[in-house]
Design a protein around this ligand. Structure first.
Ligand SMILES: [Zn+2]
Ligand SMILES: [Zn+2]
Length: 185
């Protein structure tokens, strides 16, 4: 038995073996091809990670930093680091009461799959501002791609968020659908 993290190196169960149609002999061979030590495994995955970063035009040795938000404040975990929320549409100072539902869905989806994602959550000052901004804003809900980051070397592809424009009202705890905000996706 090779020493390593439990899940990585544990024997496949009989069920698993049957499912994948592998014989016990092939299984032994697969075990043999496992990295011989944790250090080998670590060295190899680090090299793969660095290569993926460089292929995406990023510097693997640059420490992770908060991204720039739409209005210039630094963004971490979808929110401005200085907690000075500004309306995504008009830029005026606002609260976190009205939030674009599609952007929130996208944020949750991405946060669960791409570590260190720099997606910014979109808060609005009013219903009117959201409706007025819709024609421009809706494009933000299109399909996108997130390249490798310092914390995650995979490339993630995300589907478009569908449906009419809607705001989540964090005070009334309800979703406000606007039929005038026609979906594009
Ligand atoms: Zn506004
Ligand atoms: Zn949105």
């Amino acid at each position: 038995m090779v020493v390593g993290p439990k899940d990585e190196f544990e024997d496949a169960s009989d069920d698993e073996r049957q499912e994948q149609g592998r014989s016990e002999q092939e299984e032994d061979q697969a075990q043999y091809e496992q990295p011989s030590s944790w250090e080998d495994f670590w060295r190899r995955t680090t090299a793969q990670h660095d290569e993926a970063m460089r292929n995406a035009g990023k510097d693997p040795y640059k420490p992770w930093e908060p991204a720039d938000g739409k209005w210039g404040s630094k963004i971490a975990f979808g929110m401005p680091v200085d907690k000075q929320h500004r309306c995504f549409g008009c830029g005026t100072a606002t609260t976190t009461r009205f939030e674009c539902c599609q952007c929130l869905e996208i944020f949750r989806e991405r946060a669960g799959r791409a570590a260190g994602d720099d997606w910014e959550r979109a808060f609005y000052c009013s219903h009117e501002c959201y409706k007025g901004d819709w024609e421009v804003h809706k494009d933000r809900h299109g399909p996108s791609k997130f390249g490798p980051s310092k914390m995650d070397s995979r490339i993630h592809e995300f589907d478009a968020a569908k449906g009419h424009g809607a705001l989540w009202d964090a005070e009334e705890l309800k979703r406000l659908n606007f039929v005038s905000c026609k979906p594009v996706w």
